[in-house]
Design a protein around this ligand. Structure first.
Ligand SMILES: CC(C)(COP(=O)(O)OP(=O)(O)OC[C@H]1O[C@@H](n2cnc3c(N)ncnc32)[C@H](O)[C@@H]1OP(=O)(O)O)[C@@H](O)C(=O)NCCC(=O)NCCS
Length: 250
C-alpha cells in the first residue's frame, strides 16, 4: 500500500474531464476533496487501460439511485468504495458487481448502531461472539452486505435486513433472510451472488459481491497509485463463496 503525496495529487486534475474537475474544485471540505480527487483519478486510470483511451476522455452517468456507470458500449462494469486511507475499485467485463471497504474501528459505535441493519440470524451470530471479536466481525458482515447492495445498484435503500450473510471458516454465503425474498441476480430475479471477503491491510476489510456469473470469479488484486507506483497485491482471503454452493443454487 503506498500513500499519495501532495506533489502527485496536484497532477490528478489533468486525469479528469472538465465536469469532474469543476465538481472536485467546488468541494470545500479538504479531506472529501482529496478522497474524490484520488478515487476519480484511480477509476479513470484503471478503466482507461481496458478501453485504451486517455483517462480524461472517459464519460460517466449516474443512475437515479446514484450508481456511476460508464457511457458507451464497452460492457465494462465497476464499483468504488472509499474509507480512511484506501480507495477500492473493482472492474469486470460484464456482470454486476459491488465493492465495499472499511477501516476497522474497534469498539466503534457503528458496531452497535449499525446492527439495526442486520438480519436476525446475523445479530444472533454476532451476539454469540466474545465481545473482543465482535467489532471486527461486524465489519466483515458489513462490507459484504454493502457490496451486495452496490452490485444490485440500490445502495442502502434496498433494506439490509432482507438478506443474510452466513460466515463460516473460509466461507461466505448470501442467503435470503427468514421470510424474505430470494437473493436476486443482476436482472432482479432469484439468482446467485458470489462473495469474497479480503484483508487488504491489517486495518481494513474489503467485500466484493458479483451477481450471476457462470463460474467463480477470479479476483486479481493490484495496489495502484495513479501516475505513480503499481504492484501486485495478495490480500489475505478471509472467506469466499464455495463453487459448490453457487452451482447448487444456479
Ligand atoms: C451507495 C452507498 C451504499 C455508499 O455508501 P458509503 O459507505 O457511504 O460509501 P462508499 O465509499 O463505500 O461508496 C460510495 C460509492 O458507491 C457508489 N455508489 C453510489 N450509489 C450507488 C448505488 N446505488 N449502487 C452502486 N454503487 C453506488 C459510488 O461510486 C460512490 O462513490 P462516489 O460517491 O465517489 O461516486 C450509499 O451512499 C447509498 O445507499 N446510496 C444510495 C442512496 C440513494 O438511494 N439515493 C437515491 C437518490 S439520490
Amino acid at each position: 500500500m503506498a500513500a499519495v503525496g501532495e506533489d502527485r495529487l496536484g497532477r490528478y486534475p489533468a486525469l479528469l474531464d472538465v465536469t469532474d474537475r469543476r465538481w472536485v474544485e467546488r468541494l470545500t471540505r479538504p479531506e472529501y476533496q482529496r478522497e474524490q480527487l484520488v478515487s476519480r483519478a484511480l477509476l479513470r486510470t484503471v478503466l482507461a487501460r481496458y478501453l485504451e483511451a486517455p483517462p480524461e476522455t472517459l464519460r460517466f452517468r449516474r443512475t437515479e439511485r446514484g450508481r456511476p456507470e460508464l457511457l458507451g458500449e464497452s460492457g465494462l462494469r465497476f464499483s468504488l468504495s472509499h474509507t480512511d486511507g484506501l480507495v477500492a475499485c473493482v472492474v469486470a467485463a460484464g456482470g454486476e458487481l459491488g465493492v465495499d471497504v472499511e477501516r476497522l474501528r474497534p469498539n466503534d459505535l457503528s458496531a452497535t448502531v449499525g446492527r439495526r441493519y442486520f438480519s436476525a440470524a446475523e445479530r444472533e451470530r454476532l451476539d454469540a461472539l466474545p465481545a473482543e471479536l465482535r467489532a471486527g466481525e461486524f465489519f466483515s458482515y458489513w462490507v459484504l452486505k454493502e457490496a451486495y447492495t452496490k452490485a444490485r445498484g440500490l445502495g442502502l435503500s434496498m433494506g439490509l435486513r432482507s438478506f443474510t450473510v452466513r460466515l463460516g471458516p473460509g466461507e461466505a454465503v448470501l442467503e435470503p433472510a427468514a421470510g424474505g425474498p430470494e437473493v436476486a441476480g443482476g436482472d432482479g430475479r432469484p439468482g446467485v451472488c458470489w462473495l469474497e471477503l479480503l484483508e487488504p491491510s491489517a486495518e481494513h476489510r474489503l467485500g466484493i459481491a458479483v451477481l450471476n456469473t457462470p463460474q467463480a470469479p477470479r479476483v486479481v488484486s493490484r495496489w495502484i497509485v495513479p501516475l505513480g507506483s503499481e504492484a501486485p497485491a495478495s490480500p489475505r482471503v478471509i472467506a469466499r463463496t464455495p463453487p459448490a454452493v453457487a452451482r447448487r443454487e444456479a
